[in-house]
Design a binder for this molecule. Structure first.
Ligand code: NDP
Ligand code: ZN
Length: 352
């Protein structure tokens, strides 16, 4: 079978490999839809992917049809159309039992795709612990919608959850790429009164408004902190989600965050240190919390998010604005995420 690998830093390339084989509790999935993530871009072009072997097939966002299952798999059979979370942990470990499934066997190991084994940029791919990690594609949910659930929606929503958004809150979301868009939508569904979305590109600003943003802050047109403080009469915000920018964006977020509240970081950060301004942290005593995590995965999480889509509470399919239709197009879909044309929100290959 064919797959798209990281053959070296900044070098995506096609590889031929044997089709993977399912262990007793695993499934092999034939891909019907695949999307590249900005985290794949970080891993392929950034230094952080240097630990990967030179034939590692990348990718962690996909939907597929079950091609084979191990003899202990109960709930999935050959031919089922399934939603595959980006995060497919080993649910048997102690960290998983403690609710830390994203780091079930050490840092980031809840995402074996990319990190520990071949990912979803392949004609066929392997899913561990199929009963716990796959979800059935529900009737009434499109392939495009479900594809945007597996990583973008679970991540963005988790940003709003980690930031502890409450009814009536004023929330700032830094970055309105696909992850930030979903953070806006998550904050909206959790009952935020105002959502200040920080971004600049017109089609993303328009979509953020559709997902629930009440105010737009253009970080290219003046100081972001000043703009947010002006919009909130100098009060700041009750919750911050960071889904764009860089390490200094965390400092901006902490500056506009009220004392006692939480900032949630979703960005993959390659900087060595985090500059934290202590003045706005009430000289280190402001009770502000910084959280940052990999998105939650697994079957139960997918089923809850898919239920929201099926009920018409959110349409994450609107994120995809660069569509491709053949497996060979996967390289173009990845390159577009790397090259970032001005109107790009999210690219995807929809095969069936
Ligand atoms: P994009 O690159 O598509 O979007 C980034 C956004 O940040 C854009 O809206 C951009 O604005 C904005 N931005 C850039 N600079 C600033 C700044 N200085 N201040 C405020 N906003 C700024 O990224 P994605 O949405 O795809 O992903 C966001 C991050 O989440 C990435 O680092 C990705 O790797 C990570 N990620 C994390 C996951 C997790 O589990 N935690 C899962 C998936 C992704 P503009 O409109 O000008 O372009
Ligand atoms: Zn991702």
């Amino acid at each position: 079978m064919k797959g798209l690998a990281r053959t070296g830093r900044g070098a995506p390339g096609w590889v031929e490999k044997e089709k993977p084989v399912a262990g007793p509790r695993d499934a092999i999935i034939r891909a019907i839809a695949i999307a590249p993530c900005n985290s794949d871009v970080h891993l392929i072009w950034g230094e952080m992917g240097n630990f990967l072997p030179g034939d590692r097939i990348m990718g962690h966002e996909a939907l597929g049809v079950v091609d084979s299952v191990g003899n202990e798999v109960r709930d999935f059979k050959v031919g089922d159309r399934v939603v595959v979370p980006a995060i497919t942990p080993d649910w048997s470990t102690v960290p998983s039992q403690q609710g830390i499934h994203q780091h079930c066997n050490g840092p980031l190991t809840g995402m074996p795709f990319d990190m520990l084994k071949d990912g979803t940029f392949a004609e066929y791919f392997h899913v561990n612990d199929a009963d716990a990690n796959l979800a059935h594609l529900p009737d009434g949910v499109t392939v495009e919608q479900a594809l945007m659930v597996v990583d973008m929606m679970t991540t963005g929503f988790y940003g709003a959850e980690m930031a502890d958004v409450k009814l009536g809150d004023t929330v700032a979301v830094f970055g309105i790429g696909p992850v930030g868009q979903m953070a806006v939508a998550g904050a909206h569904l959790l009952g935020a009164a105002r959502i200040l979305a920080v971004g600049s590109r017109p089609n993303l600003v328009e979509l953020a408004r559709e997902y629930g943003a009440t105010d737009i802050v253009d970080y290219r047109k003046g100081d972001t902190v000043r703009q947010i403080m002006d919009l909130t009469d100098g009060q700041g915000v009750d919750a911050v989600v960071v889904a764009g920018g860089n390490a200094s964006t965390i400092g901006e977020g902490l500056t506009v965050l009220k004392n006692g509240h939480t900032l949630a970081n979703l960005n993959v950060m390659e900087e060595a240190t985090l500059p934290i301004p202590l003045g706005p942290m009430a000289f280190g005593l402001g009770g502000k919390t910084i959280r940052g995590d990999l998105c939650p995965g697994g079957r139960a999480r997918m089923e809850k998010l898919l239920a929201l889509v099926k009920a018409g509470r959110i349409d994450p399919g609107k994120l995809i604005n660069y569509r491709y239709t053949t497996f060979e197009d996967l390289l173009s879909a990845l390159m577009v995420m790397h090259d970032k044309p001005k109107d790009l929100i999210k690219s995807a290959v929809i095969l069936e």
